[in-house]
Design a protein around this ligand. Structure first.
Ligand SMILES: [Zn+2]
Length: 219
C-alpha cells in the first residue's frame, strides 16, 4: 500500500468516526499499518472535522521516528505496541465512545450479550487496569486485555478497537458501542443474560477463520 493512500484512508476514517458519534472533537485516534515497520496515524490535537490527508503522520513502528513536522497523536505508543504484539492486526482505532466509556467507568468486563459481539470481538471485552494515558503501564494492560479479542476497554478512559483492516476495526467500534449500550440497558431491565462463554469463543474463532482468506493484508 502507498503512504498517500493510507493517509487518505486514515483521514476518511477520522471523519466517519465523528459522523457516527464515536469521537467527540479530537478525542480519539486512528492508525493504519502500511508495512511491517511503518504506520500512518492521526495528528495530535486536531479536530477531525477539517482534517486533511497530508496532516496524517508517518511513524516508524519500531523506533517512533516521525516523517515531516506534524506532531502525531500522543497515544502513538499504544498503536505501535499493538502492531508489534499482533502481527495480523493492521488497523487500530482508539475512541472515547460514550457507552463503552460508561462501562469502562464501572471497570466491568462486558459479557457476551449479543451474538454479533461474540462473533466479531470475542467472548468478552476485558477492561485494562487504570493507568495514566500513554504510560507504559496502560500499554501493557491494553495488550493483555486484547489477548484473543478485537477490542478492550480502558478503565475510566475509553476503548481500543483493532482489525485486520480499517473496515474491520471500524465495525468493531460500532458493534462494541452497541454491545455496551445493550449491556447497560439489560442491567436496568433486571440483568443481562449472556451467551455461553465456550460457545461465544467458538463463534469468534469461526468468524476469524471464515474471513481470514478475504482479509489478507490491507485493502
Ligand atoms: Zn484516549
Amino acid at each position: 500500500m502507498e503512504i498517500q493512500e493510507a493517509k487518505q484512508m486514515v483521514c476518511e476514517a477520522g471523519k466517519r468516526l465523528l459522523a457516527e458519534g464515536l469521537a467527540a472533537g479530537t478525542w480519539g485516534n486512528i492508525s493504519l499499518r502500511v508495512d511491517p515497520e511503518t504506520m500512518v496515524i492521526t495528528p495530535s490535537g486536531r479536530d477531525y472535522e477539517d482534517l486533511k490527508p497530508e496532516e496524517m503522520v508517518e511513524v516508524n513502528i519500531l523506533t517512533h521516528e516521525i516523517k515531516g513536522n506534524i506532531k502525531p497523536s500522543n497515544e502513538l505508543g499504544m498503536h505501535s505496541a499493538i502492531y508489534r504484539d499482533r502481527k495480523e492486526i493492521n488497523a487500530v482505532i482508539h475512541t472515547h465512545q460514550q457507552c463503552a466509556s460508561t462501562v469502562a467507568a464501572t471497570r466491568r468486563e462486558v459479557p457476551p450479550v449479543l451474538d454479533d459481539m461474540a462473533q466479531l470481538i470475542g467472548p468478552t471485552v476485558r477492561v485494562a487496569d487504570y493507568a495514566r494515558s500513554s504510560s507504559k503501564k496502560i500499554i501493557r494492560g491494553t495488550l493483555k486485555a486484547l489477548k484473543g479479542r478485537l477490542a478492550a476497554l480502558l478503565a475510566n478512559h475509553g476503548a481500543v478497537c483493532i482489525g485486520r483492516d480499517l473496515d474491520e476495526a471500524f465495525v468493531v467500534s460500532q458493534v462494541l458501542e452497541k454491545a455496551c449500550r445493550t449491556f447497560i440497558e439489560a442491567e436496568f431491565l433486571g440483568g443481562a443474560k449472556s451467551i455461553n462463554k465456550v460457545e461465544a469463543y467458538l463463534m469468534h474463532q469461526y468468524y476469524l477463520n471464515k474471513y481470514s482468506k478475504q482479509k489478507k493484508g490491507n485493502r
